[in-house]
Every structure is written in structure tokens, then in C-alpha cells.
Design a protein around this ligand. Structure first.
Ligand SMILES: *Cc1c(COP(=O)(O)O)cnc(C)c1O
Length: 427
């Protein structure tokens, strides 16, 4: 596959943009090689600047659950753009989308729109601190909640590791109230609660972890977390920026029957445009200005184009059978990949929840970040490159989730499985 134009474009980009990209994983550092520069997307496919076609399992890192340039979305956006791109004043669209979110996501009673997942989680934590009057937060190793200072901590392993910043530029003061526990380890959370009584404002979690591959919650883990947080007056925040409208129409909270206090959303809810949401119980949400004292604002928040794309996307997704069909195709894909690996004698461990999936290059099981990190990332890199050459665009890291869409039909999936059969032989 020739990618001369992409190489040229990367060189030009690197002169004016750090690393040539606006988000680090896009640079392919984890797998080597150079990223194709994308010119166009349609349905399940991307085309790069050299005209090569790829079947896309990244889907802009999750948002495009209807595929690229879905006709209903394109049409609604074309109509909306003609009415102006932003007003900085309230619109009926925001109420309509808020009502739809409340209808679909079980725990949510009130919604505030922002512009990214990062903004949503950062603000949800400010809200939890404002509402409880406490400062400490608990997160889980390997869970990603955006790039806000207070959340850029994974710290080493260990049961009650105190937060040390992951990035230069994050002052220790910003993370001194961030506590870490291993994913799926309820006893570790319990120990933190014992150690810091009356000090913890919230536990924030990806209910299905999607930023260390895909790690489902162990039986009883989320329910146990709900009981423990209630017993200690700690708010439970489900970061469903990735899992919302992806693991089930009502997110992980619907799938596992858990009632969190606050929920963050992003990705799918913007239908490919920048939208984030923090949402939850009315009593807590009314702490937000101007209803209450906690400040948060945004010039482009509730942007009419973004609201339009989100509305159409969710409405299409809710049509009878649509979501179930994407899940069925995701299962078909995982079955096919599993058989292909077995035939080639490559040990893998697969996880799949709804329309999210991951193929770990390890025997597994993978239940937390430490387990995920055992994966053979070099083998993953070889598989990734072989798939890319075959025209299949996977996330360029072992520790990212794969995504499917309504455009990933049986035909598309089966072609990918065939490519995987050949790729595993080159691992
Ligand atoms: C992607 C993601 C975020 C950050 O969202 P951005 O829109 O990239 O800022 C936060 N939390 C989770 C779980 C995510 O997957």
C-alpha cells in the first residue's frame, strides 16, 4: 500500500503541530510506522490522501455509531448550518436532547452540555466536591477520564497508591487529593474509605473500562461500589463518555442495573461533533450555576450543530432493532477473530461488551490494568500493521477499544475476519 501523500502531509504537519497530530495516539507511536492522513469517510470506510480504503474500527474513537457521513446526519446538519452555526443563547434543541438523554439513561434527571468528555469529567468532579464539601476523589488504575490535571494520575500499582502526576506540568498539588485503586478491587476501595473517613467526595469509574483495551466489571463489583459509596456518603460517578449508548442504549448503568449519582457522557452523544455532558440527580445538578453556586460555563456549549448531530444520531440508534444489530455484528466479528487466532496458534484473550471489543495478545484473563499490561504489544503491533496493509484500520494501540457501527454489515465483518486470518499468520 503506497502512502506517499500521507508521508508528505505528516512532514508538513510536524513542522507546525507537535508530533503532527492534535491528540497523541493518532501518531502511531505505540505500533510504529506513520499514520495515514484521512481525506474522507463514508459508512464503514475511510479513504486516505493516497486514495487507499480502510474498514474503520476506530470511528473517531467511538462517536460514529452510525458510521461516517450517515445520510440522515448529513442532511440534518446541512439544514441546521443554514440557520447559523452558533448563537450563544438558549435553543429548543438543547432541551430536546436533554429530554432524550433523561429518557434513555436511567439515573439521569438533569443535564448540562459541555464541549468534550474532558470538560464533562472535570466538571462532574468539581460538582461532587461542591455538593459534598469534601476534596478527595477515587479513580481506578488504567481508567482514563480525559486530560484534566486532577485526573492525570495512574500511579504505580499498589493498593492505596497516592496520586503522583503522570505528566510534567501537572503540579503535585493538583493530584494530591486523587486516590487510586485497581479496577475490579472492591477491598482496595474499602481500605481507602477507612483510611480517609469523611474526606472522599466521589468515586469516578468507567463502568466498563475502555481505555486499557476493554475490561468488563467483575460480577458484583459495580453493585458493591454503589453500596460502599452510599454507606460512606460518597458520590458515585459513572464516566460513560465511551460506554454511553455503546454497551447498551442506556449505557452501562442500564446494562448492569446500577444507579449512579452523576454520569458523564461524550463521544456518541455528539454524533461526530464535539459534545460532552455531565448529568445526574436533580438535587445535585441544581448546585450548578445559575441554579446554584458552582460555576461552569462555555462559549460554544449546547452548540446547535452539535445538538442536531446528537439528536439525529440517538433517534436513529433507538429505532427498533438497530442497536441489537450492531451488537450482533460485533459478536460475529469477535467470534471470527477468535477462530482465526486459534487456527494460527496465536494466544489471545478477547473481551466484548455491546459494541465495544478488544483483542489482547495474552492468554488472559484480563481483569485490570496490570493484567492488560502483560499483553505482547510487539505481537499486537505486527497484527496491527498486517491489518492496516490489508485495509483494516484498528486502533493503533493494544490499550484502546475497538468500535463498530450500523455500517458494519455482515459483508464488512466477514471481509475483516478474512484479513485477520492472514494477519495472525504474520504475527
Ligand atoms: C474519551 C474519554 C474521555 C475524554 O473525552 P474527550 O472528548 O476526549 O475529552 C473521558 N472519559 C472516557 C471514559 C473516555 O473514553
Amino acid at each position: 500500500m503506497k502512502r506517499d501523500k500521507s508521508t508528505e502531509l505528516l512532514k508538513a504537519a510536524q513542522k507546525v503541530i507537535p508530533g503532527g497530530v492534535d491528540s497523541p495516539v493518532r501518531a502511531f507511536r505505540a505500533v510504529g510506522g506513520e499514520p495515514p492522513f484521512i481525506a474522507r469517510g463514508e459508512g464503514a470506510y475511510l479513504w486516505d490522501a493516497d486514495g487507499n480504503r480502510y474498514t474503520d474500527y476506530v470511528l473517531s474513537w467511538g462517536p460514529l455509531i452510525l458510521g461516517h457521513a450517515q445520510p440522515a446526519v448529513v442532511e440534518a446538519l446541512a439544514e441546521a448550518v443554514a440557520r447559523g452555526t452558533s448563537y450563544g443563547a438558549p435553543t429548543a434543541l438543547e432541551t430536546e436532547l436533554a429530554e432524550l438523554v433523561i429518557e434513555m439513561v436511567p439515573s439521569v434527571e438533569m443535564v448540562r452540555f459541555v464541549n468534550s468528555g474532558t470538560e464533562a469529567t472535570m466538571t462532574a468532579l468539581r460538582l461532587a466536591r461542591a455538593y459534598t464539601g469534601r476534596h478527595k476523589i477515587v479513580k481506578f488504575e488504567g481508567c482514563y477520564h480525559g486530560h484534566a490535571d486532577l485526573l492525570l494520575v495512574q500511579a504505580g500499582s499498589g493498593v492505596a497508591t497516592l496520586g503522583l502526576p503522570d505528566s510534567p506540568g501537572v503540579p503535585p498539588g493538583a493530584t494530591q487529593d486523587t486516590l487510586n485503586a485497581p479496577f475490579n478491587d472492591l477491598a482496595a476501595v474499602d481500605r481507602l474509605f477507612e483510611r480517609f473517613p469523611e474526606a472522599i467526595a466521589a468515586v469516578i469509574i468507567e463502568p466498563v473500562a475502555g481505555n486499557m483495551g476493554v475490561v468488563p466489571p467483575a460480577d458484583g463489583f459495580l453493585g458493591g461500589l454503589r453500596e460502599l459509596t452510599l454507606a460512606h456518603g460518597v458520590l458515585l460517578i459513572f464516566d460513560e463518555v465511551m460506554t454511553g449508548f455503546r454497551v447498551a442504549l442506556g449505557g452501562a448503568q442500564e446494562l448492569y442495573g446500577i444507579d449512579p449519582d452523576l454520569t458523564t457522557l461524550g463521544k456518541v452523544i455528539g454524533g461526530g461533533l464535539p459534545v460532552g455532558v455531565y448529568a445526574g440527580k436533580r438535587e445535585i445538578m441544581e448546585t450548578v450555576a445559575p441554579a446554584g453556586p458552582m460555576y461552569q460555563a462555555g462559549t460554544l456549549s449546547g452548540n446547535p450543530l452539535a445538538m442536531t448531530a446528537g439528536l439525529i444520531t440517538l433517534k436513529e440508534l433507538r429505532r427498533p432493532g438497530v442497536f441489537q444489530e450492531i451488537v450482533a455484528q460485533t459478536e460475529r466479528l469477535c467470534r471470527g477473530i477468535g477462530l482465526a487466532a486459534e487456527k494460527a496458534g496465536v494466544p489471545i484473550y478477547q473481551t466484548q461488551v455491546g459494541t465495544m471489543f478488544c483483542t489482547y495478545f495474552t492468554e488472559g484473563p484480563v481483569t485490570n490494568y496490570a493484567g492488560a499490561k502483560i499483553s505482547d504489544t510487539a505481537a499486537f503491533g505486527r497484527f496491527f500493521q498486517a491489518m492496516l496493509e490489508a485495509g483494516v484500520y484498528l486502533a493503533p494501540s493494544q490499550f484502546e477499544a475497538g468500535f463498530t457501527s450500523t455500517a458494519h454489515t455482515v459483508k464488512v465483518i466477514d471481509a475483516t475476519v478474512e484479513a485477520a486470518q492472514r494477519a495472525f499468520c504474520r504475527v
